[in-house]
Design a protein around this ligand. Structure first.
Ligand SMILES: Nc1ncnc2c1ncn2[C@@H]1O[C@H](COP(=O)(O)OP(=O)(O)O)[C@@H](O)[C@H]1O
Ligand SMILES: O=C(O)C(=O)C[C@H](O)[C@H](O)COP(=O)(O)O
Length: 315
């Protein structure tokens, strides 16, 4: 499978407390790591860079990287530093409230030179999120250096807004996106972020407004309703894939990004990529983890073959 993708950011351990107060064991999350897992499962060569201590949660992250076959050569070892944590509380109405414990995490101490330029050698794609520049001045410097280096080398970049209100004000999100929107190939956001960035609650208007600001393609994710993409050829929509029992929407956006990047690297059109990304994202919604439900290449191939059969039968 062609296509080497580099991504970087914070990995977090997660623990979930259900409505009865029962704590389930820790798993591993983090927006860019979730996307890296999806890309690796689709057969791509993926490097994930970060800073990890030597606590028990860092061990879980390293185990995940190994199990998923993700290149960890650019993870900085920071003995004594701790991994950030998300505690998710399942509320009675099915909603999930997340509390983050990450202010002093190893990744918050990332430095602007923590990813050597050589990490981008041979890269076909760089994926980043606006969480990283929100973690602190060091991570922000790193984010700027890596995006600058990738853009100088002509490596296509995807950027996901991933606004985290505990870390970043709306003004700060707007400032980061303003700096990079005309540099990126693909810009992802959800409806709330689209409103913050454009001032409109109309998805059509937001897609058009963001697309005019420079990226080749803009994708606005619409949760259980699907997603809309806009590029020079106009706007296209996909409904969400059906999920029998939506279990856990966290990580769906990261899964969508993974499938989208994979499709783009494989030469899919926007129309072809949209339903594939929606299907992969729905698989994550149907599973309790942030990335555990992401399909493997063979499962996606089988889904696409079945879609083709349905389309041919309908002709
Ligand atoms: N309940 C759901 N059922 C099916 N698909 C979903 C559901 N929620 C989200 N998705 C899929 O996941 C994608 C990303 O989810 P969304 O919540 O919009 O993004 P984010 O996590 O970035 O806020 C959506 O565009 C949709 O395709
Ligand atoms: O909250 C953070 O900062 C994290 O990185 C943890 C989560 O794993 C992702 O954020 C999930 O992201 P979505 O796909 O947008 O639901």
């Amino acid at each position: 499978m062609s296509g080497r993708i580099v991504t970087f950011g914070e990995a977090l351990a997660t623990a979930t407390v259900d409505a009865a107060g029962t704590l389930t064991p820790a798993t591993v999350a983090g927006a860019e790591l979730n996307t890296a897992v999806g890309l690796a499962r689709l057969g791509h060569d993926v490097a994930w860079a970060s800073r990890l201590g030597d606590d028990v949660f860092a061990g879980l992250v390293r185990e995940t990287l190994r199990a998923e076959g993700i290149d960890d050569r650019f993870v900085v070892a920071a003995p004594g530093e701790q991994t950030g944590l998300i505690v998710k509380q399942r509320l009675g109405d099915g909603d999930i409230r997340s509390e983050h414990y990450r202010a002093t995490s190893a990744a918050s101490r990332l430095r602007s030179d923590d990813l050597p330029a050589a990490a981008l050698d041979g890269a076909d794609w760089l994926h980043a999120t606006c969480i990283t520049p929100a973690l602190g001045t060091g991570p922000k410097g790193l984010f700027e250096n890596v995006l600058h280096e990738a853009s100088m080398r002509g490596i296509p970049i995807s950027l996901d807004a991933n606004h985290r209100r505990q870390l970043m004000t709306e003004d700060e999100l707007r400032a980061v996106v303003d700096d990079w929107l005309d540099v990126v190939d693909t810009f992802f956001c959800n409806e709330d972020e689209a409103r913050i960035l454009t001032g409109t609650t109309s998805t059509d208007a937001a897609v058009d407004a963001l697309a005019r600001r420079g990226p080749r393609v803009v994708v606005v994710k619409l949760g259980g309703r699907g997603a809309m993409a806009g590029d020079a050829e106009g706007r296209r929509f996909t409904p969400a894939s059906a999920v029998a029992a939506p279990t856990h929407p966290v990580g769906a956006g990261d899964a969508f990004a993974a499938a989208w990047i994979s499709c783009t690297l494989r030469g899919y059109t926007v129309d072809a990529a949209l339903p594939v990304a929606a299907w992969c994202a729905a698989r994550v919604v149907a599973d309790p983890g942030d990335h555990d439900g992401f399909p493997r290449r063979a499962e996606l191939d089988a889904f696409e073959a079945a879609q083709r059969e349905v389309a041919e039968a309908g002709r």
